[in-house]
Design a protein around this ligand. Structure first.
Ligand code: NAD
Length: 507
């Protein structure tokens, strides 16, 4: 920050303080920086430096500092997989294949090409392949237009991607990532075919978001080579890669993918198979409450606003509009038997979808959008559709404070994190923090969901869940066994993790 001492008036600092508050909401460090400069401009150099040191040391003790430092180290640690056979080492990856040239497939192909890895991109028919090539072209042209790469680099990277209609061309690939429609039958067919084509030892990965990878692995004679590589949209931009091992995935396959993640500049987090893995499984309850609250009479803006004020990069209803309302509807339809028998479950999505509202793609979702503009506008039509659905379902209207919205969304999210940790789906609490900060817009300065649970205090979280259970019943508000255990024993997550590693935790 450059401030001329002559012009360092109170008004200037007020303006800078307001700017820092706007640029870094919920945080103190920016305000402290302005304050340190203010002090320096009004005193001697020595006094200014002394004051700055005191304030910086204060900042280091803050949650925002500790949270960000925690995430920084957690991201570096996430590649470490304890307990793997030491004799197994990562296999070299010289070439790759992608099956499906859609939204995800094209983005994944870009990840490989950007890392200098030649990739064959296979789709089932010419129009789909052409759409994929078009999308690659647009992605790279966007990078050229923004000055990130030169036209020559674009040509070179495009040259590394070989579009094809023939599965046989995947025979030399060291890694193949399948990214076709989310259908178990289709994925089984593809893995059966791949089993007959891919070279020995090739990693056979699926980008599925919801399907059971154990079953996909069963359609091959080499389940040790099968793994989930769950990229996030847009695949070439989002840093998170959930790596999902089945009960049979080999140590070599895991190591190969964790190493590959580094090359393609992803932050990998290893998970075990369950519905939704780490990230989407935790999103379920978080989004469920958001949808339920708009049926109880909160407006979409009220719900999203409360979440954004708390620090989420984007409110979840706006996220649904961006992803397409039908995406959530299809997932919930296909998995209806997995969810609690609650007739109000995800009914906000269903109501909007039945009214032809697809989200940003047709300008109508939880909000209204104007052509060529991603700004959200409040839409009384959407509110009326939600009101009518709530009436049919007999949902009572409530008033929602900002605090209630934040708690009702965040408590289920944190609670599920404890289930995921307790069940061993995630290796470490810190991995869960990485998933949500690098893939779901959870504020880094709050350190991720598990770090935040400890910041607020596990007893306070448990008490909060109990309070909502008293209002809304047990169906959705049962605390995770691990959370209850930690509170009863009065220990921290790290103590429990050390116990699990057999180191004898409690000093
Ligand atoms: P998409 O509809 O954009 O693309 C799917 C592509 O697969 C199409 O181009 C289609 O022609 C092709 N395809 C279909 N059958 C094929 C076959 N037999 N052989 C080769 N290609 C075939 O879908 P998407 O959004 O890219 O999703 C792909 C996968 O990624 C799904 O499993 C999805 O759950 C998962 N996923 C999607 C997202 C997302 O946000 N879109 C995020 C994470 C994971």
């Amino acid at each position: 920050m450059k401030v001329d001492p002559e012009s360092a008036t109170a008004g200037v600092f007020q303006k800078l303080t307001a700017q820092a508050r706007k640029a870094y909401p919920n945080r103190n460090a920016g305000l402290v920086a302005v304050d340190a400069v203010r002090k320096a401009s009004q005193s001697s150099l020595e006094e200014g430096l002394e004051y700055e040191t005191i304030r910086v040391n204060e900042c280091k003790q803050s949650v925002e500092s500790r949270g960000a430092v925690h995430v920084f180290f957690a991201e570096r640690d996430s590649r470490r997989v304890p307990g793997l056979d030491n004799a197994a080492s990562a296999a070299p990856v010289k070439s790759a294949g992608v099956i499906g040239a859609g939204t995800m497939g094209a983005g994944i192909a870009v990840c490989f090409a950007n890392a200098g890895i030649p990739v064959t991109m296979v789709d089932a028919n010419t129009p789909a392949l052409e759409r994929g090539i078009d999308s690659l072209n647009r992605t790279y042209q966007g990078m050229v237009d923004k000055g990130r790469i030169t036209a020559g680099e674009k040509a070179q990277r495009m040259g590394l991607i070989r579009p094809s209609l023939h599965y046989g061309e995947l025979r030399d690939a060291d890694v193949v990532v399948e990214a076709v429609f989310e259908s178990m039958d289709l994925k089984k067919q593809i893995f059966t075919k791949l089993n007959g084509i891919a070279k020995r030892g090739a990693v056979l990965a699926t980008n599925t978001s919801t399907l059971d990878i154990e079953i996909i692995a069963d359609s091959t004679s080499r389940p040790g080579d099968v793994i989930g590589m769950h990229f996030f949209a847009p695949a070439n931009v989002m840093p998170l890669l959930e790596v999902v091992r089945t009960s049979r995935t080999s140590a070599t396959t895991i190591r190969t993918v964790m190493e590959l993640a580094k090359r393609i500049r992803k932050t990998p987090v290893l998970a075990r198979v369950c519905y939704g893995f780490i990230g989407n499984r935790m999103m379920e309850g978080y989004a469920r409450e958001a949808e339920r609250m708009v049926l109880e009479g909160a407006t979409p803006r009220q719900v999203d606003g409360a979440l954004e004020e708390w620090g989420m990069a984007m409110g979840i209803l706006a996220v649904f509009d961006m992803a397409g309302i039908e995406v959530g509807v299809n997932v919930h339809r296909a998995n209806a038997t997995r969810y609690p028998a609650d007739p109000t479950y995800y009914q906000a999505d269903f109501a909007l979808h039945e009214a032809g509202r697809m989200g940003q793609k047709n300008g109508k979702g939880y909000y209204r959008y104007e052509a060529g503009n991603r700004s959200r506008f409040d839409d009384p039509d959407a509110v009326e559709i939600l009101r009518q659905r709530a009436h049919v379902l007999g949902i009572e209207t409530r008033n929602h404070s900002t605090e209630e919205i934040q708690q009702r969304c965040l408590y289920p999210l944190l609670n599920e994190g404890f289930r995921i940790l307790g069940e061993g789906i995630a290796m470490r609490a810190a991995d869960i923090d990485v998933v949500w900060t690098s893939g779901y817009g959870f504020p880094r300065y709050r350190g991720g969901p598990m770090f935040h649970a400890e910041t607020m205090g596990l007893p306070a979280l448990l008490a909060g869940i109990h309070e909502y259970r008293d209002v809304f019943g047990r169906m959705h508000w049962e605390p995770a066994p691990l959370l209850v255990e930690l509170v009863e024993r009065g220990i921290r997550i790290a103590d429990w993790e050390r116990e699990q590693q057999g180191e004898g935790a409690l000093a």
